[in-house]
Design a protein around this ligand. Structure first.
Ligand code: ATP
Ligand code: MG
Length: 359
């Protein structure tokens, strides 16, 4: 176990700066998930921490030691990649033992560590097999076993599950979570899969184009996204956004002549009269009596997913595209007008210029 501290990390390839100053403090035993769209710099950040690339500026500290200039092998870090490349001609035991052998560890210690890791990962009956005799999920477990036996201070994962099919991914996700409970090794896990991020992370570091968009617990990030980017990136289907204006002493949000939402309590009097961007999550649309409707949604495509129904359409007056999520299976024809109220304490209000949350 270890703490890790990233301070002002930048990275340039040639004269292109990819990371623009990332800061993050990671606690002992914490599981941090780095989440962000493709190309935002997640793998680059992880490779810097591992020592596979040199940082351009900033500091990386593990426990009390600044590791900027240490070789990967000296950092006491183990990394699991998306492609786990096991040695095909070696048994599972030898695949897991290999890294320890080249470190000249004693046979007895190697035996002990591999057996222990195999037990944790339920690989004991498979130790004599070759990788091609294993399923994808089992191979991924071997790749993790290879890291566990090293008893590293820090675990780094770069999209370790993205080569597995959907069902196996869910299963491995739970196993990684359980493994973390058991071993409690400080971990940094990169993914662009939101569900993986929400379920695995103690905290998320959401990245946008080489910058930190938000750091917080999964619920923080979901319920109080710090900016429009995070609000739109986290959540599926995505949050609905619309332009609006604050009026009535900052208590009402005017979307169009006949469409308005109400903020709870005092509202945002300091922003009265200002243009804002409002975000509404699909699950906060509540069907209501037509007389009480705040938004009338004209249905277009209705997706029945089983546990819930997604209604895609547009608001009758302002024609803004919107998606509502309703419980259970609901039948609506195309072009039906559905009256909705929006839960007032679930509104997300942003400054349209800076993109920052203001409520
Ligand atoms: N060695 C390199 N030389 C030049 N540019 C690079 C190099 N490695 C990465 N990049 C660029 O840095 C940016 C970030 O890449 P990175 O691999 O960190 O993204 P990522 O967030 O991991 O994306 P993905 O989700 O697709 O894996 C990309 O624009 C990429 O093209
Ligand atoms: Mg990557």
């Amino acid at each position: 176990m270890a703490t890790a501290r990233l301070e002002g990390i930048t990275k340039s390839f040639g004269d292109v700066e990819i990371l623009h100053g990332i800061d993050c403090e990671i606690q002992n035993g914490e599981f941090i998930v780095i989440l962000g769209p493709s190309g935002c710099g997640k793998s680059t950040l992880l490779r810097l921490i591992a020592g596979l690339e040199k940082i351009t500026s900033g500091t990386i500290q593990i426990d009390d030691r600044i590791v900027n200039d240490l070789e990967p092998a000296e950092r006491d870090i183990a990394m699991v990649f998306q492609t786990y490349a096991l040695y095909p001609h070696m048994t599972i035991f030898n695949n897991m033992a290999y890294g320890l052998k080249i470190r000249k560890m004693s046979r007895a210690e190697i035996e002990k560590r591999v057996q222990k890791a195999a037990e944790i990962l339920e690989l004991t009956p498979l130790l004599k097999r070759k990788p091609k005799q294993l399923s994808g999920g089992q191979r991924q477990r071997v790749a993790m076993g290879r890291c566990i036996v090293r008893e590293p201070k820090l675990f780094l994962f770069d999209e370790p599950l993205s080569n597995l099919d959907a069902k196996l991914r869910v299963q491995m996700r739970l196993e990684i979570r359980k493994l973390h409970h058991q071993l409690n090794i400080t971990s940094i896990y990169v993914t662009h899969d939101q569900v993986e991020a929400m379920t695995l992370g103690d905290r998320l570091l959401v990245m946008d184009k080489g910058l930190t968009a938000q750091i917080g617990t999964p619920l923080d990030v979901y319920e109080r996204p710090a900016n429009i980017f995070v609000a739109g990136f986290i959540g599926s289907p995505s949050m609905n956004f619309m332009e609006a204006q604050l009026e009535n002493d900052g208590r009402s949000i005017r979307i169009s002549k006949n469409e308005a939402l109400e903020l709870p309590e005092k509202g945002l009097p300091e922003f009265n009269g200002k243009k804002v961007k409002v975000g509404l999550r699909p699950e906060h649309f509540i069907i209501c009596d037509p007389k009480e409707a705040q938004i009338n949604l004209v249905t277009d495509v209705v997706e029945k997913l089983g546990a819930d129904t997604l209604v895609h359409g547009f608001s009758q007056e302002s024609k803004i595209a919107m998606t509502a999520r309703l419980d259970g299976i609901q039948h609506f024809n195309r072009d039906t007008v559905l009256p909705f109220r929006i839960q007032s304490n679930k509104l997300h209000i942003f400054d349209p210029d800076s993109g920052k949350r203001i409520n």
